[in-house]
Write a protein that binds this ligand. Sequence first.
Ligand code: NAD
Length: 396
Amino acid sequence: MIIKPKIRGFVCTTAHPIGCEVNVKKQIAYTKKQGIIQNIAKRVLIIGSSSGYGLSSRIALAFGGNASTIGIFFEKPETEKKTGTAGFYNAMALDKIANQAGLYSKSLNGDAFSDSVKKKTIKLIKEDLGQIDMLVYSLASPIRQLPETGKIIRSVLKPIGKTYTSIAVDTNKDLIVKANIQPATQAEIKDTVTVMGGGDWELWINALLDANVLAKGCKTIAYSYIGTEITWPIYWNGTIGKAKKHLEYTASLLNKKLSTIISGSANIVVLKSVITQASSAIPIMPLYISIVFKEMRKKGIHEGCIENIYRLFSQHLHTKKTLSSNIDSENRLRLDDWELREDIQQNCYKIWSNITSENLKELSDYSEYKQEFLGLFGFGLKEVNYEKSINLLEIK
Ligand code: NAD
């Protein structure tokens, strides 16, 4: 089968296994080039480890810190006629390369919200690692099936209180359009918090504590985004922001609990905006990201997932001195500091008010955005021969 991208709105329904492996290899090469990360957790569980920030975390920890990692994700394997998801191929490639390098790397493909995946994970930790020193919570999902009732809850990406009108880019037509997004109902706000808030993170920590698989001093971190005035109406002040505030509240609860019981800690890490499957689904983010990437590239401070995450683990998470300077008043570790620099944001505002369909590619890195979006699914890479037929069931 010749695999081509099939883009439907903000998703690509096909993925290229070889391209995905190339992406993983590039992140590994970046990590190795930066050098060994000192004082890093050695046995780590990463939830949401097959793409975006979770994948980069796993790569930085394994190839930068020689950590043993267990990755949890929810991805579709291929069938005879349909490719697997990009995350499935990323995770397969990572386990293969890590194992070849002599690193412990195992994955569980299943619903992290379920009790059964929690049980399977605990069993695997007990059998293979004994305990873990860190849990990275990097899950991004539009739905959650509640373990107690089986009910499916859906999250929404909507403003709260009033209709939000803004410019956005139509990524199918490459045009600047007006976006009008109706405010969420109270039920939608509640549901989004149920899906993307801290409820499941807390369930994980409780289950792991009960099973005595968290080592003394174990850390847990969950990823968040805050953004700027441009994105606040749809993100921080919207339904997803409510969920992230609940995640912060959960962090403070877990921090108290873990510090009392095992001298451990829980923190929110605020990361920068990057191109992932999750962020491309958020209205206005593709346009904002195209603009802010150009500005950050101009100043030589551009970061994608692996660069932002490598900085987190190598400079901030374990070094006491710098940790305090990057912790804000809400006890959040800020890795969005470069994106939020005043000079960067001032330029973003100016461009935001002047951008049109005609000057879109000139004023922003929109072409690079499109290229990188395709890359998420293993397409558009010069290293891959896309004309070569692939037998999906022979991919190893
Ligand atoms: P992503 O879409 O690239 O990855 C999501 C991961 O979650 C995948 O591994 C997927 O398999 C996994 N997943 C989804 N549902 C699951 C389930 N039910 N069970 C198990 N695994 C499941 O997402 P991302 O953009 O890397 O986001 C990860 C975290 O980083 C989120 O908390 C997000 O808010 C945060 N973050 C993202 C950005 C950004 O710009 N993308 C910025 C800052 C913070």
